[in-house]
Design a protein around this ligand. Structure first.
Ligand SMILES: C[S@@+](CC[C@H](N)C(=O)[O-])C[C@H]1O[C@@H](n2cnc3c(N)ncnc32)[C@H](O)[C@@H]1O
Length: 211
Protein backbone atom coordinates (compact mmCIF):
# COMPACT_ATOMS: atom_id res chain seq x y z
CA UNK A 1 0.00 0.00 0.00
CA UNK A 2 1.32 3.45 -0.97
CA UNK A 3 0.23 6.19 1.43
CA UNK A 4 0.74 8.99 -1.07
CA UNK A 5 0.63 8.94 -4.86
CA UNK A 6 3.87 8.64 -6.82
CA UNK A 7 3.34 12.10 -8.27
CA UNK A 8 3.03 13.63 -4.77
CA UNK A 9 6.06 11.66 -3.59
CA UNK A 10 8.04 12.97 -6.60
CA UNK A 11 6.85 16.48 -5.76
CA UNK A 12 8.05 16.12 -2.14
CA UNK A 13 11.41 14.76 -3.32
CA UNK A 14 11.80 17.58 -5.85
CA UNK A 15 11.43 20.17 -3.10
CA UNK A 16 13.66 18.35 -0.60
CA UNK A 17 17.44 18.11 -0.42
CA UNK A 18 18.62 15.84 -3.26
CA UNK A 19 20.27 12.49 -2.59
CA UNK A 20 24.08 12.60 -2.76
CA UNK A 21 25.62 10.83 -5.76
CA UNK A 22 26.75 8.00 -3.43
CA UNK A 23 23.26 7.47 -1.98
CA UNK A 24 21.70 7.66 -5.46
CA UNK A 25 24.11 4.96 -6.67
CA UNK A 26 23.49 2.82 -3.55
CA UNK A 27 19.74 3.11 -4.14
CA UNK A 28 20.18 2.18 -7.83
CA UNK A 29 22.53 -0.75 -7.19
CA UNK A 30 20.27 -2.10 -4.43
CA UNK A 31 17.34 -2.11 -6.87
CA UNK A 32 19.48 -3.79 -9.55
CA UNK A 33 21.26 -6.42 -7.46
CA UNK A 34 19.61 -7.07 -4.09
CA UNK A 35 16.35 -8.79 -3.15
CA UNK A 36 13.51 -6.82 -1.55
CA UNK A 37 14.77 -3.31 -2.45
CA UNK A 38 11.58 -1.89 -0.91
CA UNK A 39 13.32 -2.32 2.44
CA UNK A 40 15.69 0.56 1.67
CA UNK A 41 14.62 3.83 3.35
CA UNK A 42 14.86 5.84 0.13
CA UNK A 43 15.23 9.51 -0.75
CA UNK A 44 12.52 11.22 1.34
CA UNK A 45 12.81 9.09 4.50
CA UNK A 46 16.60 9.19 4.18
CA UNK A 47 16.56 13.00 4.12
CA UNK A 48 14.27 12.98 7.15
CA UNK A 49 16.67 10.70 9.08
CA UNK A 50 19.60 12.88 8.07
CA UNK A 51 17.88 16.12 9.11
CA UNK A 52 16.73 14.67 12.44
CA UNK A 53 20.24 13.41 13.13
CA UNK A 54 21.70 16.84 12.29
CA UNK A 55 19.26 18.45 14.78
CA UNK A 56 20.18 15.98 17.54
CA UNK A 57 23.95 16.01 16.76
CA UNK A 58 24.35 12.55 18.34
CA UNK A 59 27.62 11.19 19.67
CA UNK A 60 26.41 7.59 19.62
CA UNK A 61 23.91 6.13 17.17
CA UNK A 62 22.69 2.53 17.13
CA UNK A 63 20.97 1.08 14.08
CA UNK A 64 19.28 -2.35 14.20
CA UNK A 65 18.91 -3.62 10.61
CA UNK A 66 21.53 -2.34 8.16
CA UNK A 67 20.35 -3.96 4.91
CA UNK A 68 22.44 -2.20 2.19
CA UNK A 69 23.53 0.69 4.41
CA UNK A 70 21.32 3.48 3.08
CA UNK A 71 19.82 4.63 6.39
CA UNK A 72 23.16 4.20 8.23
CA UNK A 73 24.79 6.62 5.79
CA UNK A 74 21.90 9.10 6.19
CA UNK A 75 21.96 8.95 10.02
CA UNK A 76 25.76 9.31 10.09
CA UNK A 77 25.46 12.73 8.42
CA UNK A 78 24.42 14.25 11.78
CA UNK A 79 27.10 12.67 13.99
CA UNK A 80 29.02 15.05 16.21
CA UNK A 81 32.74 15.48 15.52
CA UNK A 82 33.85 12.43 17.50
CA UNK A 83 30.58 10.56 17.06
CA UNK A 84 30.18 6.90 16.05
CA UNK A 85 27.41 4.80 14.57
CA UNK A 86 27.07 1.07 15.19
CA UNK A 87 24.81 -0.82 12.80
CA UNK A 88 23.91 -4.51 13.21
CA UNK A 89 22.66 -7.08 10.70
CA UNK A 90 23.05 -10.88 10.50
CA UNK A 91 22.99 -10.98 6.67
CA UNK A 92 26.60 -11.42 5.50
CA UNK A 93 25.75 -10.83 1.83
CA UNK A 94 24.02 -7.48 2.27
CA UNK A 95 26.64 -6.51 4.86
CA UNK A 96 29.39 -6.92 2.22
CA UNK A 97 27.35 -4.78 -0.15
CA UNK A 98 26.80 -2.12 2.56
CA UNK A 99 30.50 -2.11 3.47
CA UNK A 100 31.54 -1.42 -0.12
CA UNK A 101 29.47 1.80 -0.04
CA UNK A 102 30.38 2.80 3.52
CA UNK A 103 34.05 2.55 2.55
CA UNK A 104 33.52 5.09 -0.24
CA UNK A 105 31.74 7.52 2.07
CA UNK A 106 32.95 10.33 4.32
CA UNK A 107 31.85 8.19 7.31
CA UNK A 108 34.04 5.11 6.80
CA UNK A 109 35.85 5.69 10.11
CA UNK A 110 32.64 6.52 11.98
CA UNK A 111 30.44 3.57 11.03
CA UNK A 112 30.99 0.12 12.52
CA UNK A 113 28.97 -2.66 10.89
CA UNK A 114 28.56 -5.68 13.16
CA UNK A 115 27.43 -9.01 11.73
CA UNK A 116 25.02 -10.95 13.90
CA UNK A 117 21.73 -10.97 15.75
CA UNK A 118 21.08 -7.64 17.47
CA UNK A 119 19.48 -9.46 20.41
CA UNK A 120 22.82 -11.15 21.15
CA UNK A 121 25.05 -8.17 20.34
CA UNK A 122 23.30 -5.25 22.07
CA UNK A 123 23.64 -6.57 25.66
CA UNK A 124 27.42 -6.66 25.13
CA UNK A 125 27.68 -3.07 23.92
CA UNK A 126 28.84 -0.97 26.83
CA UNK A 127 27.38 2.24 25.48
CA UNK A 128 24.66 4.84 25.88
CA UNK A 129 22.73 6.11 22.87
CA UNK A 130 21.58 9.53 21.64
CA UNK A 131 19.76 8.10 18.64
CA UNK A 132 18.51 4.58 17.93
CA UNK A 133 16.93 3.37 14.67
CA UNK A 134 14.98 0.10 14.95
CA UNK A 135 14.43 -1.32 11.45
CA UNK A 136 14.81 -5.12 11.68
CA UNK A 137 12.44 -8.10 12.09
CA UNK A 138 9.09 -6.73 13.19
CA UNK A 139 8.21 -9.42 15.73
CA UNK A 140 11.17 -8.35 17.88
CA UNK A 141 10.57 -4.58 17.94
CA UNK A 142 9.50 -4.68 21.61
CA UNK A 143 12.57 -6.79 22.49
CA UNK A 144 14.90 -4.28 20.79
CA UNK A 145 13.13 -1.43 22.55
CA UNK A 146 13.58 -3.11 25.96
CA UNK A 147 17.26 -3.68 25.18
CA UNK A 148 17.98 -0.02 24.41
CA UNK A 149 15.63 2.08 26.54
CA UNK A 150 17.76 2.13 29.71
CA UNK A 151 20.87 2.90 27.65
CA UNK A 152 19.16 5.80 25.83
CA UNK A 153 20.21 9.19 27.20
CA UNK A 154 17.58 11.71 28.40
CA UNK A 155 16.67 13.81 25.35
CA UNK A 156 17.71 10.89 23.12
CA UNK A 157 15.41 9.63 20.40
CA UNK A 158 14.42 6.09 19.40
CA UNK A 159 12.93 5.74 15.91
CA UNK A 160 11.09 2.62 14.76
CA UNK A 161 10.32 2.08 11.07
CA UNK A 162 7.31 0.44 9.36
CA UNK A 163 4.97 0.96 12.30
CA UNK A 164 1.93 1.29 10.01
CA UNK A 165 2.87 -2.00 8.29
CA UNK A 166 1.30 -1.07 4.93
CA UNK A 167 -1.81 0.16 6.77
CA UNK A 168 -2.56 -3.29 8.21
CA UNK A 169 -2.35 -2.05 11.82
CA UNK A 170 -5.93 -0.78 11.57
CA UNK A 171 -7.32 -4.06 10.17
CA UNK A 172 -9.63 -5.84 12.58
CA UNK A 173 -7.98 -9.24 11.93
CA UNK A 174 -4.23 -8.89 12.31
CA UNK A 175 -1.58 -11.42 11.25
CA UNK A 176 1.41 -12.17 13.53
CA UNK A 177 3.72 -9.36 12.33
CA UNK A 178 0.90 -6.81 12.27
CA UNK A 179 -0.10 -7.75 15.81
CA UNK A 180 3.51 -7.46 17.00
CA UNK A 181 3.78 -3.96 15.51
CA UNK A 182 0.40 -2.91 16.90
CA UNK A 183 1.38 -4.15 20.38
CA UNK A 184 4.73 -2.34 20.07
CA UNK A 185 2.93 0.91 19.16
CA UNK A 186 0.65 0.49 22.17
CA UNK A 187 3.51 -0.36 24.54
CA UNK A 188 5.73 2.59 23.64
CA UNK A 189 2.96 5.18 23.30
CA UNK A 190 1.81 4.46 26.87
CA UNK A 191 5.33 4.48 28.36
CA UNK A 192 5.56 7.47 30.71
CA UNK A 193 9.30 7.86 30.08
CA UNK A 194 8.67 8.84 26.47
CA UNK A 195 7.13 11.49 24.24
CA UNK A 196 5.77 9.52 21.26
CA UNK A 197 4.96 10.76 17.75
CA UNK A 198 3.70 8.38 15.07
CA UNK A 199 4.56 10.06 11.80
CA UNK A 200 2.83 8.74 8.62
CA UNK A 201 6.01 9.05 6.54
CA UNK A 202 6.43 6.18 4.03
CA UNK A 203 5.40 3.05 6.03
CA UNK A 204 5.14 4.94 9.34
CA UNK A 205 7.89 6.13 11.66
CA UNK A 206 7.46 6.03 15.44
CA UNK A 207 9.56 8.76 17.06
CA UNK A 208 10.13 8.35 20.79
CA UNK A 209 11.91 11.11 22.70
CA UNK A 210 13.12 10.01 26.11
CA UNK A 211 12.20 12.61 28.76
C1 LIG B 1 14.06 -3.16 6.46
S1 LIG B 1 15.69 -3.83 6.35
C2 LIG B 1 16.67 -2.47 6.93
C3 LIG B 1 16.68 -1.30 5.97
C4 LIG B 1 17.70 -0.24 6.25
N1 LIG B 1 17.64 0.20 7.64
C5 LIG B 1 17.43 0.96 5.36
O1 LIG B 1 16.59 1.77 5.72
O2 LIG B 1 18.02 1.05 4.27
C6 LIG B 1 15.70 -4.98 7.69
C7 LIG B 1 17.03 -5.63 7.98
O3 LIG B 1 16.95 -6.21 9.29
C8 LIG B 1 17.83 -7.30 9.31
N2 LIG B 1 17.57 -8.16 10.48
C9 LIG B 1 16.70 -9.20 10.57
N3 LIG B 1 16.81 -9.79 11.77
C10 LIG B 1 17.76 -9.11 12.46
C11 LIG B 1 18.34 -9.25 13.75
N4 LIG B 1 17.95 -10.24 14.57
N5 LIG B 1 19.30 -8.37 14.15
C12 LIG B 1 19.68 -7.37 13.30
N6 LIG B 1 19.18 -7.19 12.06
C13 LIG B 1 18.24 -8.05 11.63
C14 LIG B 1 17.61 -7.97 7.95
O4 LIG B 1 18.70 -8.81 7.61
C15 LIG B 1 17.44 -6.76 7.02
O5 LIG B 1 18.65 -6.46 6.36
Amino acid sequence: MEFISNSLLNYCETFSEPESELLKELNRQTHLKVGQPRMLSGHLQGRFLSLLSKLIKPTNILEIGTYTGYSALCLAEGLSRYGKLITIDPNEETNLFAKSFIEHSAFKDKIELMTGDAKQIIPNLNQTWDLVFIDADKKNYAVYFDLVIDQTNPGGVIIADNVLWSGKVVDEKKDKDTLAIHEFNHKVSTDERLEPLLLPLRDGLMLLRKK
